[in-house]
Design a protein around this ligand. Structure first.
Ligand code: JJW
Length: 449
Protein backbone atom coordinates (compact mmCIF):
# COMPACT_ATOMS: atom_id res chain seq x y z
CA UNK A 1 0.00 0.00 0.00
CA UNK A 2 1.11 3.58 -0.70
CA UNK A 3 -0.50 5.25 2.27
CA UNK A 4 -0.60 9.05 2.29
CA UNK A 5 -1.08 10.05 5.94
CA UNK A 6 -1.77 13.54 7.26
CA UNK A 7 -1.09 15.22 10.63
CA UNK A 8 -3.74 14.25 13.17
CA UNK A 9 -4.37 17.94 13.97
CA UNK A 10 -4.79 19.01 10.35
CA UNK A 11 -8.30 20.37 9.78
CA UNK A 12 -10.43 19.01 6.93
CA UNK A 13 -13.12 21.09 5.31
CA UNK A 14 -15.02 22.32 2.30
CA UNK A 15 -15.75 25.77 0.89
CA UNK A 16 -18.50 27.76 -0.84
CA UNK A 17 -19.40 31.43 -1.34
CA UNK A 18 -22.60 33.42 -0.85
CA UNK A 19 -23.45 34.50 -4.39
CA UNK A 20 -22.65 31.05 -5.74
CA UNK A 21 -24.98 29.09 -3.45
CA UNK A 22 -27.48 31.24 -1.52
CA UNK A 23 -30.02 32.48 -4.06
CA UNK A 24 -32.71 34.64 -2.41
CA UNK A 25 -30.99 37.44 -4.28
CA UNK A 26 -33.81 39.94 -3.69
CA UNK A 27 -35.23 38.56 -0.46
CA UNK A 28 -35.47 39.71 3.15
CA UNK A 29 -34.01 43.15 2.59
CA UNK A 30 -30.85 42.16 0.72
CA UNK A 31 -29.48 44.94 -1.48
CA UNK A 32 -28.16 44.43 -5.04
CA UNK A 33 -24.59 43.26 -5.54
CA UNK A 34 -22.41 43.80 -8.60
CA UNK A 35 -22.96 40.14 -9.44
CA UNK A 36 -26.74 40.63 -9.47
CA UNK A 37 -26.17 43.45 -11.96
CA UNK A 38 -23.49 41.64 -13.99
CA UNK A 39 -25.35 38.31 -14.25
CA UNK A 40 -28.44 40.16 -15.49
CA UNK A 41 -26.42 41.97 -18.17
CA UNK A 42 -26.82 40.11 -21.46
CA UNK A 43 -23.68 38.37 -22.70
CA UNK A 44 -21.76 38.44 -19.41
CA UNK A 45 -22.57 34.97 -18.08
CA UNK A 46 -22.74 31.78 -20.12
CA UNK A 47 -26.30 30.79 -21.08
CA UNK A 48 -27.57 33.97 -19.36
CA UNK A 49 -27.30 32.20 -15.98
CA UNK A 50 -27.61 34.19 -12.74
CA UNK A 51 -27.58 33.74 -8.96
CA UNK A 52 -31.21 34.69 -8.35
CA UNK A 53 -31.90 31.17 -7.00
CA UNK A 54 -28.46 29.53 -7.31
CA UNK A 55 -28.79 26.29 -5.32
CA UNK A 56 -31.11 27.94 -2.78
CA UNK A 57 -28.84 27.38 0.19
CA UNK A 58 -30.50 30.41 1.80
CA UNK A 59 -33.50 28.11 2.44
CA UNK A 60 -31.76 24.70 2.35
CA UNK A 61 -28.76 25.23 4.63
CA UNK A 62 -30.05 22.83 7.28
CA UNK A 63 -30.03 20.02 4.67
CA UNK A 64 -26.57 21.11 3.53
CA UNK A 65 -25.28 21.10 7.11
CA UNK A 66 -26.51 17.52 7.56
CA UNK A 67 -24.51 16.60 4.45
CA UNK A 68 -21.44 18.33 5.99
CA UNK A 69 -21.96 16.49 9.28
CA UNK A 70 -22.17 13.11 7.54
CA UNK A 71 -19.06 14.04 5.53
CA UNK A 72 -17.22 14.55 8.83
CA UNK A 73 -15.58 17.89 8.08
CA UNK A 74 -14.05 19.91 10.92
CA UNK A 75 -14.60 23.31 9.31
CA UNK A 76 -16.80 24.88 6.66
CA UNK A 77 -15.75 27.97 4.73
CA UNK A 78 -18.61 30.22 3.63
CA UNK A 79 -18.90 33.88 2.73
CA UNK A 80 -21.22 36.63 3.87
CA UNK A 81 -23.16 38.65 1.32
CA UNK A 82 -22.17 42.22 2.23
CA UNK A 83 -25.39 43.70 0.72
CA UNK A 84 -27.44 41.29 2.85
CA UNK A 85 -25.99 43.10 5.90
CA UNK A 86 -25.66 46.63 4.50
CA UNK A 87 -28.11 46.85 1.55
CA UNK A 88 -26.57 50.20 0.57
CA UNK A 89 -23.03 49.16 1.40
CA UNK A 90 -22.97 51.23 4.61
CA UNK A 91 -25.36 52.99 6.95
CA UNK A 92 -28.57 51.13 7.76
CA UNK A 93 -28.17 47.50 8.84
CA UNK A 94 -30.55 44.81 7.56
CA UNK A 95 -31.47 42.86 10.70
CA UNK A 96 -32.94 39.97 8.65
CA UNK A 97 -29.54 39.54 7.06
CA UNK A 98 -27.80 39.29 10.43
CA UNK A 99 -30.54 36.92 11.60
CA UNK A 100 -29.94 34.60 8.63
CA UNK A 101 -26.22 34.30 9.33
CA UNK A 102 -26.77 33.85 13.08
CA UNK A 103 -29.19 30.98 12.39
CA UNK A 104 -26.74 29.48 9.91
CA UNK A 105 -23.66 29.78 12.14
CA UNK A 106 -25.60 28.49 15.16
CA UNK A 107 -26.62 25.42 13.12
CA UNK A 108 -23.00 24.79 12.08
CA UNK A 109 -21.83 25.01 15.71
CA UNK A 110 -24.71 22.82 16.93
CA UNK A 111 -23.45 20.15 14.50
CA UNK A 112 -19.84 20.41 15.62
CA UNK A 113 -18.63 22.25 12.52
CA UNK A 114 -16.26 25.23 12.91
CA UNK A 115 -17.28 28.20 10.72
CA UNK A 116 -14.60 29.92 8.61
CA UNK A 117 -16.06 33.18 7.34
CA UNK A 118 -14.98 35.07 4.23
CA UNK A 119 -16.10 38.69 4.46
CA UNK A 120 -15.60 39.54 0.78
CA UNK A 121 -16.12 36.93 -1.89
CA UNK A 122 -16.81 39.28 -4.82
CA UNK A 123 -20.40 40.44 -4.22
CA UNK A 124 -19.81 44.18 -3.68
CA UNK A 125 -22.93 46.24 -2.91
CA UNK A 126 -24.01 47.86 -6.19
CA UNK A 127 -24.46 51.23 -4.49
CA UNK A 128 -20.72 51.28 -3.73
CA UNK A 129 -19.93 50.34 -7.33
CA UNK A 130 -22.10 53.27 -8.41
CA UNK A 131 -19.60 55.59 -6.65
CA UNK A 132 -16.49 53.91 -8.09
CA UNK A 133 -16.46 50.60 -6.23
CA UNK A 134 -13.02 49.37 -5.19
CA UNK A 135 -11.53 52.15 -7.30
CA UNK A 136 -12.81 54.62 -4.68
CA UNK A 137 -10.90 54.74 -1.37
CA UNK A 138 -14.21 55.34 0.42
CA UNK A 139 -15.12 51.71 -0.32
CA UNK A 140 -12.08 50.69 1.73
CA UNK A 141 -13.53 52.38 4.82
CA UNK A 142 -17.01 51.00 4.12
CA UNK A 143 -15.45 47.53 4.07
CA UNK A 144 -13.66 48.16 7.39
CA UNK A 145 -16.97 49.26 8.96
CA UNK A 146 -18.74 46.15 7.60
CA UNK A 147 -15.92 43.93 8.86
CA UNK A 148 -15.98 45.49 12.32
CA UNK A 149 -19.73 45.01 12.60
CA UNK A 150 -19.40 41.33 11.66
CA UNK A 151 -16.49 40.78 14.06
CA UNK A 152 -18.45 42.20 17.00
CA UNK A 153 -21.75 40.57 16.00
CA UNK A 154 -20.23 37.08 15.75
CA UNK A 155 -17.44 37.35 18.32
CA UNK A 156 -17.07 33.99 20.02
CA UNK A 157 -19.10 32.16 17.35
CA UNK A 158 -16.82 32.65 14.31
CA UNK A 159 -13.11 32.28 15.15
CA UNK A 160 -11.56 32.13 11.69
CA UNK A 161 -12.00 35.19 9.50
CA UNK A 162 -10.87 35.80 5.93
CA UNK A 163 -10.95 39.39 4.73
CA UNK A 164 -10.68 39.19 0.93
CA UNK A 165 -10.97 36.17 -1.36
CA UNK A 166 -8.63 36.12 -4.37
CA UNK A 167 -7.72 39.84 -4.61
CA UNK A 168 -6.18 39.10 -8.04
CA UNK A 169 -9.60 38.03 -9.36
CA UNK A 170 -11.31 41.05 -7.73
CA UNK A 171 -8.80 43.53 -9.21
CA UNK A 172 -7.24 42.23 -12.44
CA UNK A 173 -9.65 39.50 -13.61
CA UNK A 174 -12.62 41.82 -13.00
CA UNK A 175 -11.20 45.23 -13.97
CA UNK A 176 -8.44 44.52 -16.51
CA UNK A 177 -9.24 41.20 -18.18
CA UNK A 178 -12.89 42.01 -17.54
CA UNK A 179 -14.58 38.60 -17.50
CA UNK A 180 -15.87 38.97 -13.91
CA UNK A 181 -18.02 41.73 -12.41
CA UNK A 182 -18.01 44.67 -12.93
CA UNK A 183 -16.34 43.76 -16.24
CA UNK A 184 -14.00 46.73 -16.72
CA UNK A 185 -10.84 46.64 -18.87
CA UNK A 186 -8.54 49.29 -17.42
CA UNK A 187 -5.07 48.29 -16.16
CA UNK A 188 -4.54 51.47 -14.16
CA UNK A 189 -7.91 51.08 -12.46
CA UNK A 190 -7.23 47.38 -11.74
CA UNK A 191 -3.83 48.18 -10.23
CA UNK A 192 -5.31 50.94 -8.06
CA UNK A 193 -8.01 48.47 -6.96
CA UNK A 194 -5.36 45.88 -6.03
CA UNK A 195 -3.86 48.44 -3.64
CA UNK A 196 -7.26 49.39 -2.20
CA UNK A 197 -8.08 45.71 -1.59
CA UNK A 198 -4.84 45.21 0.35
CA UNK A 199 -5.58 48.42 2.27
CA UNK A 200 -9.09 47.14 3.03
CA UNK A 201 -7.56 43.89 4.27
CA UNK A 202 -5.16 45.84 6.52
CA UNK A 203 -7.86 48.12 7.90
CA UNK A 204 -10.03 45.10 8.72
CA UNK A 205 -7.10 43.51 10.56
CA UNK A 206 -6.67 46.76 12.52
CA UNK A 207 -10.37 46.73 13.53
CA UNK A 208 -10.06 43.02 14.46
CA UNK A 209 -7.09 43.70 16.75
CA UNK A 210 -8.58 46.89 18.26
CA UNK A 211 -11.85 45.08 19.02
CA UNK A 212 -9.98 42.23 20.73
CA UNK A 213 -11.95 39.65 18.76
CA UNK A 214 -11.46 35.98 19.66
CA UNK A 215 -9.77 33.83 17.03
CA UNK A 216 -7.64 34.60 13.97
CA UNK A 217 -7.70 36.53 10.72
CA UNK A 218 -6.11 36.19 7.28
CA UNK A 219 -6.79 36.59 3.58
CA UNK A 220 -7.03 34.09 0.69
CA UNK A 221 -5.03 34.90 -2.44
CA UNK A 222 -5.13 32.57 -5.45
CA UNK A 223 -1.85 31.31 -6.87
CA UNK A 224 -0.71 29.29 -9.88
CA UNK A 225 2.64 27.65 -10.72
CA UNK A 226 4.48 28.64 -13.90
CA UNK A 227 7.39 26.35 -14.88
CA UNK A 228 9.90 27.87 -17.31
CA UNK A 229 9.97 25.98 -20.62
CA UNK A 230 13.79 26.24 -20.63
CA UNK A 231 16.59 27.63 -18.47
CA UNK A 232 16.83 30.62 -20.79
CA UNK A 233 16.72 33.74 -18.65
CA UNK A 234 13.93 35.21 -20.78
CA UNK A 235 11.73 32.19 -20.03
CA UNK A 236 12.57 32.30 -16.31
CA UNK A 237 11.88 36.04 -16.13
CA UNK A 238 8.58 35.73 -18.00
CA UNK A 239 7.38 33.02 -15.59
CA UNK A 240 8.50 35.07 -12.59
CA UNK A 241 6.44 38.01 -13.87
CA UNK A 242 3.40 35.80 -14.45
CA UNK A 243 3.69 34.33 -10.94
CA UNK A 244 4.52 37.72 -9.46
CA UNK A 245 1.16 38.98 -10.76
CA UNK A 246 -0.64 36.67 -8.33
CA UNK A 247 1.97 36.00 -5.64
CA UNK A 248 4.58 38.68 -4.91
CA UNK A 249 2.21 41.53 -5.86
CA UNK A 250 -0.32 40.42 -3.21
CA UNK A 251 2.09 38.79 -0.70
CA UNK A 252 5.04 41.22 -0.42
CA UNK A 253 2.94 44.19 0.85
CA UNK A 254 1.42 42.01 3.60
CA UNK A 255 4.56 40.11 4.60
CA UNK A 256 7.34 42.58 3.64
CA UNK A 257 5.61 45.99 3.66
CA UNK A 258 6.37 46.92 0.03
CA UNK A 259 5.43 46.00 -3.53
CA UNK A 260 7.95 43.92 -5.49
CA UNK A 261 10.25 46.26 -7.46
CA UNK A 262 10.37 43.99 -10.52
CA UNK A 263 6.60 44.22 -10.83
CA UNK A 264 6.48 47.99 -10.10
CA UNK A 265 9.08 48.52 -12.87
CA UNK A 266 7.12 46.35 -15.31
CA UNK A 267 3.86 48.13 -14.60
CA UNK A 268 5.57 51.52 -15.01
CA UNK A 269 6.74 50.40 -18.47
CA UNK A 270 3.04 49.79 -19.18
CA UNK A 271 2.20 53.33 -18.06
CA UNK A 272 0.71 52.25 -14.75
CA UNK A 273 1.57 53.80 -11.38
CA UNK A 274 0.45 53.23 -7.81
CA UNK A 275 -0.96 56.03 -5.65
CA UNK A 276 0.23 54.96 -2.18
CA UNK A 277 -0.70 57.34 0.62
CA UNK A 278 1.29 57.96 3.81
CA UNK A 279 0.67 55.11 6.24
CA UNK A 280 -0.92 52.73 3.71
CA UNK A 281 1.91 50.18 3.71
CA UNK A 282 2.10 50.09 7.52
CA UNK A 283 -1.63 49.29 7.61
CA UNK A 284 -1.24 46.54 5.00
CA UNK A 285 1.93 45.08 6.55
CA UNK A 286 0.28 43.91 9.75
CA UNK A 287 0.83 40.40 11.10
CA UNK A 288 -1.92 37.95 10.16
CA UNK A 289 -2.77 34.72 11.94
CA UNK A 290 -2.95 32.52 8.83
CA UNK A 291 -2.69 32.66 5.06
CA UNK A 292 -5.42 31.10 2.90
CA UNK A 293 -4.17 29.62 -0.36
CA UNK A 294 -6.38 28.83 -3.36
CA UNK A 295 -4.67 26.57 -5.89
CA UNK A 296 -6.18 24.93 -8.97
CA UNK A 297 -3.67 24.79 -11.76
CA UNK A 298 -0.36 25.77 -13.33
CA UNK A 299 1.40 25.52 -16.65
CA UNK A 300 4.69 25.67 -18.49
CA UNK A 301 5.53 29.19 -19.66
CA UNK A 302 8.02 30.86 -21.94
CA UNK A 303 8.91 34.32 -23.21
CA UNK A 304 6.87 35.55 -26.15
CA UNK A 305 6.86 39.28 -26.91
CA UNK A 306 3.41 40.85 -26.56
CA UNK A 307 1.69 37.48 -25.95
CA UNK A 308 0.15 38.95 -22.78
CA UNK A 309 0.75 41.75 -20.29
CA UNK A 310 4.02 40.06 -19.20
CA UNK A 311 5.34 38.76 -22.57
CA UNK A 312 4.45 35.31 -21.25
CA UNK A 313 3.09 32.43 -23.27
CA UNK A 314 1.48 29.49 -21.47
CA UNK A 315 2.12 26.34 -23.50
CA UNK A 316 0.46 22.96 -23.67
CA UNK A 317 3.02 20.19 -23.21
CA UNK A 318 0.37 17.51 -22.88
CA UNK A 319 -0.81 17.83 -19.25
CA UNK A 320 -4.28 16.37 -18.80
CA UNK A 321 -7.02 18.98 -18.35
CA UNK A 322 -10.19 19.31 -16.28
CA UNK A 323 -13.57 20.09 -17.81
CA UNK A 324 -12.70 23.77 -17.27
CA UNK A 325 -9.78 23.20 -19.68
CA UNK A 326 -7.29 23.88 -16.87
CA UNK A 327 -4.06 21.86 -16.77
CA UNK A 328 -3.83 19.31 -13.96
CA UNK A 329 -0.48 20.10 -12.31
CA UNK A 330 -0.10 18.69 -8.77
CA UNK A 331 3.68 19.21 -8.82
CA UNK A 332 2.86 22.91 -9.20
CA UNK A 333 0.96 22.78 -5.91
CA UNK A 334 4.07 21.49 -4.14
CA UNK A 335 6.29 24.04 -5.90
CA UNK A 336 4.09 27.01 -5.07
CA UNK A 337 3.72 26.02 -1.40
CA UNK A 338 7.43 25.45 -0.93
CA UNK A 339 8.15 28.76 -2.68
CA UNK A 340 5.82 30.52 -0.23
CA UNK A 341 7.67 28.89 2.69
CA UNK A 342 11.07 29.84 1.28
CA UNK A 343 10.03 33.45 0.57
CA UNK A 344 7.69 34.26 3.46
CA UNK A 345 8.55 31.79 6.22
CA UNK A 346 6.44 29.24 8.05
CA UNK A 347 3.26 31.28 8.11
CA UNK A 348 0.31 29.05 9.12
CA UNK A 349 -1.52 28.09 5.90
CA UNK A 350 -5.02 26.81 5.23
CA UNK A 351 -5.65 25.52 1.74
CA UNK A 352 -8.89 27.45 1.43
CA UNK A 353 -9.66 26.20 -2.10
CA UNK A 354 -8.45 23.23 -4.14
CA UNK A 355 -10.59 21.13 -6.43
CA UNK A 356 -11.52 20.39 -10.00
CA UNK A 357 -14.28 21.01 -12.50
CA UNK A 358 -15.73 17.73 -13.77
CA UNK A 359 -19.26 17.71 -15.16
CA UNK A 360 -20.23 14.12 -14.34
CA UNK A 361 -23.98 13.66 -14.08
CA UNK A 362 -26.25 11.38 -12.04
CA UNK A 363 -26.74 7.93 -13.57
CA UNK A 364 -28.97 5.46 -11.71
CA UNK A 365 -28.63 7.54 -8.56
CA UNK A 366 -24.83 7.67 -8.63
CA UNK A 367 -22.22 10.15 -9.84
CA UNK A 368 -19.05 8.36 -10.88
CA UNK A 369 -16.54 11.26 -10.63
CA UNK A 370 -13.37 9.15 -10.45
CA UNK A 371 -11.43 11.92 -12.22
CA UNK A 372 -12.13 14.23 -9.27
CA UNK A 373 -10.95 11.57 -6.83
CA UNK A 374 -7.72 11.24 -8.82
CA UNK A 375 -7.27 15.04 -8.83
CA UNK A 376 -7.75 15.15 -5.05
CA UNK A 377 -5.36 12.23 -4.49
CA UNK A 378 -2.65 13.85 -6.59
CA UNK A 379 -3.02 17.26 -4.95
CA UNK A 380 -3.25 15.89 -1.41
CA UNK A 381 -0.08 13.93 -2.14
CA UNK A 382 1.58 17.19 -3.20
CA UNK A 383 0.25 18.75 0.01
CA UNK A 384 1.79 15.94 2.11
CA UNK A 385 5.11 16.47 0.35
CA UNK A 386 4.93 20.18 1.19
CA UNK A 387 4.19 19.35 4.86
CA UNK A 388 7.28 17.12 4.92
CA UNK A 389 9.24 20.01 3.38
CA UNK A 390 8.24 22.15 6.38
CA UNK A 391 5.27 24.11 5.04
CA UNK A 392 3.03 24.95 8.02
CA UNK A 393 -0.25 23.50 6.75
CA UNK A 394 -3.11 23.87 9.26
CA UNK A 395 -5.98 22.64 7.11
CA UNK A 396 -7.31 21.61 3.70
CA UNK A 397 -10.69 22.75 2.40
CA UNK A 398 -11.83 21.47 -0.96
CA UNK A 399 -13.65 23.64 -3.49
CA UNK A 400 -16.47 22.92 -3.44
CA UNK A 401 -18.93 21.18 -1.14
CA UNK A 402 -21.72 21.60 -3.72
CA UNK A 403 -22.02 22.24 -7.44
CA UNK A 404 -22.86 25.94 -7.72
CA UNK A 405 -22.83 29.12 -9.85
CA UNK A 406 -19.30 29.30 -11.32
CA UNK A 407 -19.28 33.02 -12.09
CA UNK A 408 -18.99 33.80 -15.82
CA UNK A 409 -19.41 30.09 -16.58
CA UNK A 410 -22.76 30.00 -14.79
CA UNK A 411 -23.99 26.47 -14.06
CA UNK A 412 -21.94 24.92 -16.85
CA UNK A 413 -18.96 24.07 -14.62
CA UNK A 414 -19.33 21.68 -11.67
CA UNK A 415 -16.76 21.76 -8.81
CA UNK A 416 -18.81 20.03 -6.10
CA UNK A 417 -18.32 16.74 -4.31
CA UNK A 418 -22.11 16.88 -4.07
CA UNK A 419 -24.06 17.05 -7.33
CA UNK A 420 -26.90 19.55 -7.58
CA UNK A 421 -29.71 19.24 -10.13
CA UNK A 422 -29.99 22.93 -11.02
CA UNK A 423 -33.67 22.51 -11.92
CA UNK A 424 -34.97 20.47 -8.98
CA UNK A 425 -32.12 21.54 -6.59
CA UNK A 426 -31.84 17.91 -5.50
CA UNK A 427 -28.49 17.09 -3.89
CA UNK A 428 -26.72 13.78 -4.73
CA UNK A 429 -23.47 12.70 -3.03
CA UNK A 430 -20.83 11.96 -5.68
CA UNK A 431 -18.30 9.11 -5.43
CA UNK A 432 -15.77 11.81 -4.43
CA UNK A 433 -17.95 12.70 -1.40
CA UNK A 434 -17.63 9.14 -0.12
CA UNK A 435 -13.92 9.04 -0.88
CA UNK A 436 -13.33 12.37 0.91
CA UNK A 437 -15.45 11.19 3.86
CA UNK A 438 -13.29 8.04 4.25
CA UNK A 439 -10.09 10.04 3.87
CA UNK A 440 -11.19 12.47 6.60
CA UNK A 441 -12.20 9.60 8.87
CA UNK A 442 -8.89 7.76 8.34
CA UNK A 443 -6.64 10.81 8.22
CA UNK A 444 -5.01 9.03 5.27
CA UNK A 445 -5.71 7.44 1.88
CA UNK A 446 -4.15 4.74 -0.27
CA UNK A 447 -2.75 6.07 -3.55
CA UNK A 448 -3.73 2.93 -5.46
CA UNK A 449 -7.31 2.30 -4.28
C1 JJW B 1 -9.75 34.78 -20.90
C2 JJW B 1 -8.60 34.94 -19.95
O1 JJW B 1 -8.91 34.26 -18.74
C3 JJW B 1 -7.93 34.51 -17.75
C4 JJW B 1 -8.14 33.68 -16.56
O2 JJW B 1 -9.56 33.56 -16.24
C5 JJW B 1 -9.88 33.01 -15.05
C6 JJW B 1 -11.18 32.58 -14.84
C7 JJW B 1 -11.52 32.00 -13.63
C8 JJW B 1 -10.56 31.86 -12.64
C9 JJW B 1 -10.89 31.20 -11.38
C10 JJW B 1 -12.06 30.57 -11.05
N1 JJW B 1 -11.83 30.05 -9.83
C11 JJW B 1 -12.72 29.21 -9.03
C12 JJW B 1 -13.31 30.17 -8.02
N2 JJW B 1 -12.32 30.58 -7.00
C13 JJW B 1 -13.14 31.21 -5.99
C14 JJW B 1 -14.44 30.42 -5.99
O3 JJW B 1 -15.51 31.33 -6.07
C15 JJW B 1 -14.40 29.53 -7.24
O4 JJW B 1 -15.64 29.58 -7.94
N3 JJW B 1 -10.61 30.39 -9.41
N4 JJW B 1 -10.02 31.07 -10.36
C16 JJW B 1 -9.26 32.31 -12.84
C17 JJW B 1 -8.91 32.89 -14.06
Amino acid sequence: MAIMEFPKDMKWGAATAAYQIEGAAFKDGKGLSIWDTFSHTPGKVLNGDNGDVAIDSYHRYEEDIQLMKELGIDTYRFSVSWPRIFPDGSGEINQKGLEFYHNFVDALLANGIEPMCTLYHWDLPQTLQDTGGWGNRETVDAFADYAELMFKEFNGKIKNWITINEPWCVSFLSNFIGIHAPGKQDLQLATTISHHLLLAHGKAVTRFRESAIEGGIGYAPNVEWLEPFSNKQEDIDACNRGMGFLMEWFFDPVFKGSYPKFMIDWFEKKGVTLQIEEGDMEIINQPIDFLGINYYTGSVGRYKKDEDLFDLERIDIGFEKTDFDWFIYPEGFYRVLTKIKDQYGAVPIYITENGACYNDEVENGRVRDQRRIEYLKQHLTALKRSIDYGVNIKGYLTWSLLDNFEWAEGYDKRFGIIHVDFNTLERTKKDSYYWYKQTISNGWFDMFY
